[in-house]
Design a protein around this ligand. Structure first.
Ligand code: GLN
Length: 537
């Protein structure tokens, strides 16, 4: 293909319309037609990355192979496309300003006054074009965070205007909007969309496609009216009805011909129909499960379910692979104690203790582990959930009543989880954890080895504390096996307990690598164990 094509996805009327899912669905369709596609997210906040954000603010922090701490939408991109993203796929205002200010300090601007236009907009434009210039992609989709009209989004919309002007037909804008339904009159209203497009037009940006979220079908009259008021061709007014699952959206967008509108705009070949066989197979397994299992998800951010987005999506993938529906019982780790564990977890087929930081709710995680281990309920601990498992074992099997992580009790006499050496002198919080893909070797005859079906794996990390190898021998002798080890550092990445249907703790985050087409093997094995447990009850 001659030149890379750029698609910008903007949002109007309200936030949370699902720009990430529309971007990922469009990318999926273009990929399924044989194009090489990537998706990028531009976030207008001033944090350099979301790594330092409390999950209550924006949900989960998603970690890429190269160790970037990014927006959770990147997780959707990877789950839909099955191709890795990287630091270049998520850019924030903070990062843009940081690099402009660094250049200014170096004297790169040769005495010029540094301004939003052209310096900030040039930096934004470069971050967009850099993906196309790798030569790896035919199409780059850039999602602009926030809603058109937001003060913080102004430099981004201005950059889109400039890129459209520079690249003409190689650049297009898809605007996602909402058609509210007024029950009293039984009508879909177009006015908010007209206004949001006017706001875009005031910034000099003409959208080329409108994707309209709506609870009801959009008839021809509404389509024509929207087209007339927004200068968009009627066939480029796309209906996006509420879906029962996000994974339905690519198929819905295919029926609505969103991908055809895009290819048509760029003058690209659309003869090859998208190959969605694997996708449809996944959807039918998802829709027609044979059984249901209920899993307890224990964490301290359960009020905002987006805090555990990749975990819940991994359950969906692994459920479909096993042809079972996975129901989640959300359990606040602060409310769980040794005393109420049995009643809180009653009837569950499996327990997953989620990642986390700090003291709040940690004892609830340890109590969950004890309940799962003693009652032989399938247990899967991720990151802090693995560390809680080690601590629980040391306390209740070895009798080290004071065992803890130094994150919670720096003075513990049994620091079975301790700060990694490489972390000792780090004081900055942003981007300084052990991050991204790391090697791991799996022990023979382990649950992990059987699940992965291979001896060497790489998985993504995000932590500062680790299994303390000083306690490895004594814990191993007591029955807590280290079944995954990093070959370079000797760090323990996986622990397992024998004589249990499924007891696995992983220091890394398997949830970041689960996709629709490749569900994560450990999640698949865990759900299988939960299903067996359920059937044997
Ligand atoms: N707080 C723990 C650590 O930093 C676990 C981190 C996590 O669960 N992501 O090591």
């Amino acid at each position: 293909m001659a030149s890379t094509k750029y698609i910008f996805v903007t949002g109007g009327v309200t936030s949370s319309l699902g720009k990430g899912i529309i971007s990922a669905s469009l990318a999926k369709l273009l990929q399924a037609r044989g194009y090489r596609v990537t998706i990028q997210k531009l976030d207008p906040y001033i944090n350099v990355d979301p790594g330092t954000l409390n999950p209550y603010e924006h949900g989960e922090c998603y970690v890429t192979e190269d160790g970037a701490e990014t927006d959770l939408d990147l997780g959707h991109y990877e789950r839909f496309l099955g191709t890795p993203t990287s630091q270049g796929n998520n850019v924030t205002t903070g990062r843009i300003y940081q690099s402009v200010i660094e250049k200014e300090r170096r004297g790169d601007y040769l005495g010029k006054t540094v301004q939003v236009i052209p310096h900030i907009t040039d930096e934004i434009k470069n971050r967009v074009k850099i993906l196309g210039e790798t030569g790896n992609y035919d199409i780059v989709i850039t999602e602009i965070g926030g809603t058109v009209g937001d003060i913080e989004a102004v430099p981004y919309i201005e950059s889109v205007r400039q890129l459209k002007w520079e690249m003409e037909r190689d650049c297009m804008v898809v605007h996602l909007t909402l058609l509210p339904f007024l029950a009293v009159t039984g009508e879909l209203k177009t006015k908010p969309t007209q206004h949001s497009v006017k706001t875009l037009l005031e910034s000099g940006v003409q959208p080329d496609v409108l994707v309209c979220r709506s609870e009801h079908a959009i008839d021809e009259d509404i389509r024509r009216k929207l087209a007339l008021f927004t200068n968009v061709r009627p066939k480029n007014v796309i209906e996006s009805r509420d879906a029962s699952t996000i994974y339905e959206v690519p198929v819905m967008m295919y029926k609505e011909k969103l991908d055809e509108s895009v290819l048509d705009y760029f003058g690209l070949e659309s003869k090859q129909q998208p190959d969605l066989d694997k996708w449809r197979d996944f959807l039918s397994r998802l829709k027609y499960p044979k059984r249901t299992v209920e899993i307890g998800l224990i964490g301290k951010y359960v009020e905002l379910k987006d805090s555990y987005k990749s975990i819940t999506e991994s359950f969906i993938h692994a459920g479909a692979a096993n042809e079972v529906e996975v129901k989640i019982r959300w359990i606040h780790s602060e409310h769980l104690t040794e005393k109420n564990a049995a009643s809180t977890c009653k009837g569950l087929d499996g327990l997953l203790v989620a990642p986390g930081f700090g003291e709040r709710g940690f004892e609830g995680k340890v109590a969950t582990v004890q309940y799962a281990r003693e009652n032989k309920i399938p247990y899967f601990g991720i990151c802090y959930g693995m560390q809680a498992a080690v601590i629980e074992y040391a306390r209740n099997v070895l009798g080290y009543t004071d065992a803890n992580t130094t994150e919670v009790n720096p003075k513990t006499s049994k620091p079975v989880i301790a700060l990694m050496d490489e972390q000792m002198h780090i004081t900055d919080k942003g981007g300084t954890m052990r991050l991204g893909a790391q090697q791991c070797e799996l022990a023979e005859d382990s649950i992990a080895r059987a699940a992965y079906g291979e001896a060497h794996i790489t998985e993504r990390h995000r932590h500062r504390y680790e299994f303390n190898n000083d306690f490895k021998d004594v814990l191993t002798e007591a029955g807590l096996k280290a079944t995954g080890i990093n070959p370079d550092s000797g760090l323990v990445e996986i622990i397992e307990v024998e004589d249990h249907p499924f007891f696995v703790g992983v220091q890394y985050h398997p949830e970041y690598k689960s996709t629709v087409v490749k569900p994560h093997p450990l999640f698949v094995a865990f759900i299988k164990a939960c299903d067996e447990f359920h059937q044997n009850k």
